[in-house]
Design a protein. Structure first.
Length: 488
């Protein structure tokens, strides 16, 4: 249909928007230069025409209206939308900001250098973090949809979908679509997800730096990634974007962290400072280089907010003084000498009542340290000295495993996860103890463990903190979990 679009130059949409110049299109849409009123002035804009399918007309229009409510400095603004007809062809139209150029046009002449690629990636990550946080999926990340307006980088917004909506875009699959959208590649999903945007971003990043688009999806492996042409951290980011199964891909926050050369650190330790590097003399900045400073500031804010969630740590984790760590372990009643047990047995009732009331006193869960080893030693001694009632599992959450991944198992894949449980029975923290041989199964086991619920153990009539080990055994037949209370 592209040959038809060009003939429509000069038409006026609904008596308001003239089709001044055909800018480009495909079988499924066309974009023209137009004008719109902004107060008393006429300003340039772009208008996109989309053939209106009767069965999903209302859905397409509702998506456009919803996208128009979003506002982000790196997102193309949508102004008006509606329906029209040209030459008896029913159409939807959407009037939007007019871009001066897109990344695909730049790549037709040259690849971006690492500095330009970094600034473009920062802008895309910024807008994807915003969209994913609002429950949207872009669904069409590729160079043609990464545009420049003046000194601002912007991403298209006219094809957004809600996370969980069906994969129903026209012309699928294309080179940028993730493998789960294509039948016969892996177990196909019927809904869009942020992980799909991450795959598309990885493919776009390869093309941005090399001007080539390897058919990684058809090959079913990552051997075709041109590693020599991708400097770090881009190579590492691409490898984690193009993970075959969606659950194994990095999130936007994780990509942002890697771009800033950050890695997970132990709790309560400040991040290491990056060394100061002398700036090299540079020539005049290109349009794509000029985005770096503004994008870096926005990305830093995202990274600060995302840091605790990224590594499964809480911002209020307390440091344990070295003196407390060096204290000798508290002995149980059974380990004490007979003379000490006799003395303990002869403690007056009033003292025992004071200790029992201290254990029984209700304290809000949020006021407790997050892990058992951070309790003060006096409280721990009371727990160990009191009669202990073991906890129980009251809610098991099994990992959601793709059938194609399960069919790849030979024998048993074992993953052990240690969870710290608060006095209300909720998991506060989860860490891999034994990840096994598969990063995919380790990831889904860790995600599932975070949603388990427990009947907390009791000492002296009150709930106490506890630590459990969950061992997940993955086989072709299914998944089993063995739970063990490690402490107290």
């Amino acid at each position: 249909m592209p040959e038809v679009w060009k003939k429509w130059e000069g038409q006026v949409i609904n008596g308001e928007f003239p089709l001044l110049q055909y800018l480009g299109g495909s079988e499924f849409s066309a974009v023209f230069l137009t004008e719109r009123h902004e107060g008393e002035h006429l300003v340039r804009a772009a208008i996109k025409l989309i053939p209106a399918a009767e069965e999903n007309y209302e859905l397409q229009l509702s998506r456009l209206r919803l996208a128009a409510t979003l506002s982000h400095p790196h997102l193309i603004s949508l102004f008006e939308m509606g329906s029209c007809e040209i030459s008896s062809v029913p159409l939807l139209y959407v009037v939007m900001e007019c871009a001066e150029e897109n990344l695909a046009q730049v790549l037709s002449d040259r690849a971006l250098n690492p500095e330009e690629a970094r600034s473009a990636l920062e802008a895309v990550l910024d807008v994807l973090a915003y969209l994913h946080g609002k429950g949207f999926v872009h669904g069409h990340i590729k160079p043609a949809n990464i545009m420049a307006i003046g000194e601002q980088l912007k991403i298209s917004s006219d094809e957004l979908q809600r996370e969980g909506e069906s994969v129903d875009g026209p012309g699928r699959p294309n080179a940028y679509d993730p493998p789960e959208y294509a039948r016969g590649v892996i177990a196909m999903t019927e809904t869009v997800s942020p992980a799909g945007d991450v795959w598309s971003l990885g493919m776009t990043l390869i093309e941005t730096l090399t001007r080539n688009l390897p058919d990684v999806r058809a090959a079913g492996k990552l051997d075709l990634i041109p590693s020599q042409a991708l400097p770090e951290p881009f190579l590492d980011i691409v490898r984690h974007c193009l993970v075959w199964h969606p659950q194994g891909r990095w999130t936007v926050a994780e990509i942002a962290a890697r771009l800033q050369n950050r890695t997970p650190l132990p709790p309560a330790r400040p991040p290491a400072r990056r060394p100061q590097v002398a700036e090299r003399p540079r020539g005049p900045r290109t349009k794509w280089q000029s985005y770096a400073v503004a994008s870096a500031v926005a990305l830093a804010l995202i990274a600060i907010l995302a840091w605790p969630k990224l590594f499964g740590r809480h911002p209020e984790v307390l440091q344990v003084p070295a003196s407390a760590i060096e204290q000798p372990a508290v002995q149980t009643m059974q380990e004490r000498k007979p003379q000490e047990r006799a003395i303990a047995a002869s403690v007056p009732n009033t003292t025992k009542e004071r200790e029992k009331s201290a254990v029984d006193a209700p304290v809000p869960a949020s006021a407790h340290p997050e892990t058992p080893h951070e309790e003060d030693l006096f409280t721990r001694e009371k727990v160990l000295g009191a009669s202990l009632v073991h906890g129980e599992v009251i809610q098991r959450v099994m990992p959601d495993v793709l059938q194609s991944a399960r069919e790849s198992v030979r024998g048993t894949v074992r993953v052990s996860v240690e969870v710290d449980v608060d006095r209300a029975g909720n998991v506060e923290d989860a860490q891999l103890v034994s990840p096994g041989a598969s990063k995919y199964f380790a990831r889904v086991a860790l995600q599932a463990a975070q949603h388990w619920k427990f009947m907390p153990p009791k000492a002296g009539g009150g709930n106490v903190l506890s630590t459990w080990t969950l061992r997940f055994d993955f086989t072709r037949a299914g998944t089993t979990v063995v739970s063990t209370q490690q402490s107290p």
